[in-house]
Design a protein around this ligand. Structure first.
Ligand SMILES: Nc1ncnc2c1ncn2[C@@H]1O[C@H](COP(=O)(O)OP(=O)(O)OP(=O)(O)O)[C@@H](O)[C@H]1O
Ligand SMILES: [Mg+2]
Length: 345
């Protein structure tokens, strides 16, 4: 039984131009203790899905379809009060903007103790001890608990926030690009820590990033989103060995490959679709080098080509041929007939 079973979720934002569906038919599962990387270009709906799961969508956004089964209850149907009980305790979020969420007036230790004691009946002393352990876990000397947020460096502050997000041993942690504001070395260290701790406290993790190489190192499963749809989902090894959706192939070309350092970086020409004006068929079809007329007309289903490997492509059985062709730069040259401009991925 999955800890989280996201099933055909649809999220709609009300906008001046009309309803904007930022996610549609989004389905994926996550087992207890596993980690899942949610990847895709900017605007493809990653944060929208994180906010939908945590029920933290802004006022103009709503879950307009589907189910989000967490421990077998549908989060989409819980009352705000029931949801508040689950947040922090069972589901917690680490984001980049969380960097500013620490209260400048109180010491970091006092804030962690407060968070623990709001949800659990434990003494101050016991809560402080837990805060000390958490700081050790994220590699901060526990004496820093008596510091105010401004006294910590950026990297330390982010680790303190991770400690806080973990202070109630949540079953699911969602990290939405938690490290992009930090320099690369600090980013890498924090990421390693998130994964180590996640394994240690055996929580499940959804790690959101636009950088596919980050996911390769950290996650058990990959979910690729594009234009509000899940395009491919697979166990991480399978995804890197046998990527099948043309968009995944394009993304893999656009990031440095550690196993083949000489491979040329190739970007996908064109832009992601305008969600208010979507192409009728496959959302990737305007940029896909393999698109056929059916791709422009019919929305592909997520076809399962392995027990856990799905691809939303009309031609799942041509994946091997696509993989070979996708390695050639000329496959991705602009198609002038579509009037697109090439951009870096
Ligand atoms: N409050 C909102 N009102 C209207 N549209 C929104 C709102 N929030 C997000 N959107 C739109 O929904 C789409 C998905 O946005 P989302 O933030 O989920 O993308 P993302 O994949 O997290 O992107 P990024 O990598 O840039 O963080 C985008 O087209 C965005 O413009
Ligand atoms: Mg985002």
């Amino acid at each position: 039984m999955a800890l989280l079973d996201v099933h055909d979720v649809e999220v709609t934002y009300r906008t001046k131009e009309g309803p904007l569906k930022a996610a549609e038919y989004v389905s994926f599962q996550l087992k207890k203790g596993d980690s899942l990387g949610l990847i895709g270009e900017s605007g493809c709906g990653k944060s929208t899905m994180a906010k939908a799961i945590l029920r933290l969508l802004p006022d103009n956004g709503q879950i307009s379809g589907g189910e989000i089964l967490f421990q077998e209850q549908d989060l989409a149907k819980l009352s705000p009060k029931e949801m508040r009980k689950l947040r922090w305790k069972e589901l917690s979020l680490v984001t980049q903007s969380a960097m500013n969420s620490l209260n400048p007036v109180y010491t970091v230790g006092a804030q962690i103790v407060e968070a623990i004691r709001t949800h659990e009946a434990v003494s101050k002393r016991r809560a402080w001890e837990r805060a000390e352990n958490l700081f050790r876990l994220v590699n901060i000397e526990p004496s820093h608990l008596t510091n105010h947020p401004h006294e910590l460096s950026g990297g330390m502050k982010q680790r303190a926030i991770i400690a806080m997000a973990l202070c109630l041993n949540p079953s699911l942690v969602i990290a939405d690009e938690p490290t992009t504001a930090l320099d690369v070395i600090v980013q890498d260290r924090i990421l390693q820590q998130i994964v180590r701790i996640q394994k240690e406290i055996s929580s499940s993790l959804i790690y959101i990033s636009h950088d596919i190489s980050v996911i390769a190192e950290t996650c058990d499963y990959v979910v690729v989103m594009y234009g509000g749809h899940v395009m491919e989902t697979a166990p991480v090894r399978e995804f890197f060995r046998h990527p099948s959706h043309p968009y995944s192939l394009g993304m893999q070309n656009a990031f440095p490959n550690l196993e083949d350092v000489d491979s040329e970086l190739i970007s996908i020409p064109g832009y992601p679709p305008d969600l208010l004006n979507l192409p009728p068929g496959c959302r990737f079809s305007p940029r896909c080098p393999f698109a056929d007329s059916v791709c422009q007309e019919e929305r592909p289903e997520l076809h399962f080509i392995g027990t856990q490997h799905g691809t939303r492509c009309h031609f799942p059985d041509r994946a091997e041929a696509f993989r070979a062709q996708a390695k050639l730069p000329e496959t991705w040259t602009e198609r002038p007939a579509q009037g697109q401009r090439g951009v870096g991925a």
